[in-house]
Design a protein around this ligand. Sequence first.
Ligand code: CLF
Ligand code: SF4
Length: 296
Amino acid sequence: STNDSVVELNPKMATHPCYSKQAHQYARIHLPVAPACNIQCNYCNRKFDCSNESRPGVVSKLLAPAQAAERYRKVKARIPETKVVGIAGPGDPLANPASTLATLKAVAKLEDDIHLCVSTNGLNLVDHAKALREVGVEHLTITINCIDADIGAQIYPWIYFDHRRLRGRQGAQTLIDRQLAGLKAAAEQGMLVKINTVLIPGINDHHVAAVASEVKRLGAALHNVMPLIAEAEHGTYFGLMGQRSPTEEELAKAREEAGVSMAQMSHCQQCRADAVGRLGQDCSDIDQDAEPAADL
Ligand code: CLF
Ligand code: SF4
């Protein structure tokens, strides 16, 4: 398809395993340096990693920036095909801009041949897009679940912005406005922007095509419609309220509708905030092992 050939022609996408399925031989490492978050999503349980990228119910051990860079160095020595360093939580990287930027700088100092990648809810992106680009971030993910504040109010009970807690429609509208401004700013900085949309049956499933066409207009490169993981045992608000996950058919239909405007990613593994290795592999305890794992 047209979308596939665009992905293959862009070398920055072709060597990043999330941006191109063909790049599966390359590995990524997530460095868990961002504990705080500035919004509340109804699919999140704050005890665990950010569910905008991650499987809920996983706890990552926090690292300071210097420890994180050291972890990267050790893992790179064990898994040389590590081509991507991502910051994806356990909270929001841009609610912790000092640790996030310090970590990225420290990794960039150790290594030229690496993709720096950040995943954010987008609330603070417009303020940091330039700084991220300056430290070398070329791959950026924003989780945008809707562009309509009435839908947003059902997903985000509150956001914390400009020293104030904003609730309901007002909070959702502020988040959406800033996500879209951040997307535009990041695309203008030349970053390859991927959009994650968590598919929530009955809430935003009729709306993914509208999200896709708006993010396309603002310069996004790739779209990842990911299924809500709603099990009640994860203790999320949605889980407790009996919200269900989408079926395979609903997910396929949403991707098809969003695919009218945006190239779709369908191989996302909903990684942990401290994931290590190829997509779908979990080598997150590799630097604690005495011997290299045989399957690497
Ligand atoms: Fe990590 Fe995310 Fe970068 Fe990939 S993961 S910060 S873009 S390097 Fe990839 Fe994992 Fe899906 Fe994320 S498979 S959860 S999309
Ligand atoms: Fe949780 Fe991530 Fe949402 Fe923050 S952005 S509330 S960490 S899912």
